[in-house]
Each structure stands twice: as C-alpha cells, then as structure tokens.
Design a protein around this ligand. Structure first.
Ligand code: DGL
Length: 283
C-alpha cells in the first residue's frame, strides 16, 4: 500500500516534498491533474468531480490514504466526498481508505487551537488584532473556509484573503521569474492597499505558491512570518498514521509521479524547487 498525494498540478509537490522528508520509508504516489489545471477558477461541482476522479485513480494505484495537497480541492470537495462518496466507495473496495485535506492542519498551526476548539466570545474589546493575510485561489477565497474556521477558534485573529487568479496557472506553465515576481508583488500590494497596512502574518493558501515562496518573502515586509502549510500537514499526517494503523503507508520507500496531462519532464522552475530532475508518467 502507499500514500497518495493529489493536486491539480505541480503545487502539491511542496507538500509531497515535506511528507517524503518526514516519512522516508513510506511508498508515495503523486498525481497531478494537469489535464484540468488550474482548478481555482472552476465551478464547485467540477472541482468535486475532478477531485473524486483523482482519488479513485490513486486508490486504484494502491493508495490507502489520499492527501489532497490542494487548498482548492480541500476547501470545495473534501467534505462532500467524505460525506457522500467515500463511505460507499470504501465498502465497495473492501479495504480501509480515506481522504484528508491540508486546511485543517494549516488552521491548527495558524491558531494554535485543535480542530474541535471553539472560542467563548469575549465581552471586552480586543485591543490588538493579529492580521493574517491569506494568498489563495479564487475558489478558496470564495469558500471563506479560512475566515470561518479561524473565527471559530480565535477572536483576536482577523483573516483577509487575497485571491491571485492567474498565479497557479503561471507556475504550472513554468513562467519566468520576472513575470512571477510582478504578479506576486501586485497581490501583496493589493492586500496592503485594502488593509491600509501589511498583514502581521501570512499563509500561502495555494500549494503552488510555496514554489515561489521566496518571491512572497521578498514582497512582504522583511521577517513577516509565513505559516508553513507543508510542515503543518506533514506533522498532522504523521500523527494521524500513528493513530490509524489501518491505513498502510508501505515500507518500500518508492516514489511514483503520475499526470493526467502530458507525461514527461517538468519545468525548470519546478525542478529547481524539487532539487532534482522530475519526470511524470501517464496516469
Ligand atoms: N495548488 C492548488 C491549491 O492549493 C490548486 C491551484 C489551482 O489549480 O488553481 O489551491
């Protein structure tokens, strides 16, 4: 058995990289739905259908657990699939399988509060708000998942999402550094203009953006803390697997990379991030 990692494209490699470092002995299968990337501007129903197809492909390939290494799929599709599709699918398959997302671990890391925690509303005025900026796709921003879930846990954190509709597509195409940095700077400035100041902390709430994290660091005021979604996810998944031995991550240390798009080598931008040549096989 293996751990499956799913994204619309190359963005999930940022989470995959940290998962592999954390669990080197596990077998991993990465699936990029590059035939349909980017997801961020698609209607919700399409995102649900595409995410379900990706999960099925990974379970067919031998995954016992699928990590949606995609904020857009986690925000739009995860709950629907867990509630409506997964129970019947699991029964038909006759073995334990599950799908987990990356937003819960990220929110836990951002708030320091476990998932079940809900704040008791304080009567007194909060003098100091912690302003958290979230750069994400339009679908993730429209879902308001970060605002809603963080608000349930912390009443001293104010969340502002900045949708970056073209950025994942540009990263997917392997666009040049100047073009990418210009887009990143435009969104950092747009958020600053909207808030009248820069955020105190930020989340790169689309896994593609981790590939250009240095550009966000350069555009934000020096030292702005970035909550590291891949680390938060890897920590949470390692704990989850300890608690759930029924999901077998394998022990062979194998790595497979699949794409629904054109198989072959990935862009220089992605290989530089990955730190080695990277070739995807046909899914
Ligand atoms: N990398 C994905 C995310 O985390 C999807 C980006 C896209 O396909 O638009 O949201």
């Amino acid at each position: 058995m293996a751990i499956g990692v799913f994204d619309s494209g190359v963005g999930g490699l940022s989470v995959h990289h940290t998962l592999v470092d954390r669990m080197p002995a596990a077998d991993f299968i990465y699936l990029a739905d590059q035939a349909h990337t980017p997801y961020g501007g698609r209607p919700g129903e399409e995102i649900v259908t595409l995410t379900r197809a990706g999960c099925e492909r990974l379970f067919d390939a031998g995954a016992s657990l699928v990590i949606l290494a995609c904020n857009t799929a986690s925000a739009i599709a995860l709950r629907r699939l867990q509630q409506t599709w997964l129970p019947g699918y699991r029964k038909a398959l006759g073995r334990p399988v599950n799908v987990l997302g990356i937003i819960v671990p990220t929110i836990e890391a951002a708030t320091g509060r476990p998932w079940q925690h809900e704040v008791e509303r304080r009567a007194e005025k909060i003098e100091k708000l912690d302003v958290l900026g979230i750069f994400c796709t339009s679908a993730t921003a429209n879902s308001r998942v970060y605002e809603i879930e963080i608000d349930k846990r912390r009443d001293d954190v104010a969340v502002f999402c900045e949708p970056c509709p073209t950025l994942a597509g540009l990263i997917e195409k392997g666009a040049g550094a100047v073009e990418l940095a210009t887009v990143v700077e435009k969104h950092v400035e747009a958020l600053r203009a909207r808030l009248g100041r820069h955020p105190d902390r930020a989340i790169l709430g689309c896994t593609h953006y981790e590939i250009v994290a240095d550009m966000f660091r350069a555009a934000l005021p020096q030292g702005t803390p970035l909550i590291h979604q891949p680390q938060a996810t890897a920590d949470a998944i390692a704990l989850y697997l300890e608690r759930h031995p029924e999901y077998d991550p394998g022990t062979g240390g194998t790595r497979r990379f699949l794409t629904t798009g054109t198989p072959g080598p990935q862009s220089g931008l992605v290989e530089a991030f990955w730190g080695a040549p990277l070739t995807f096989d046909a899914a």
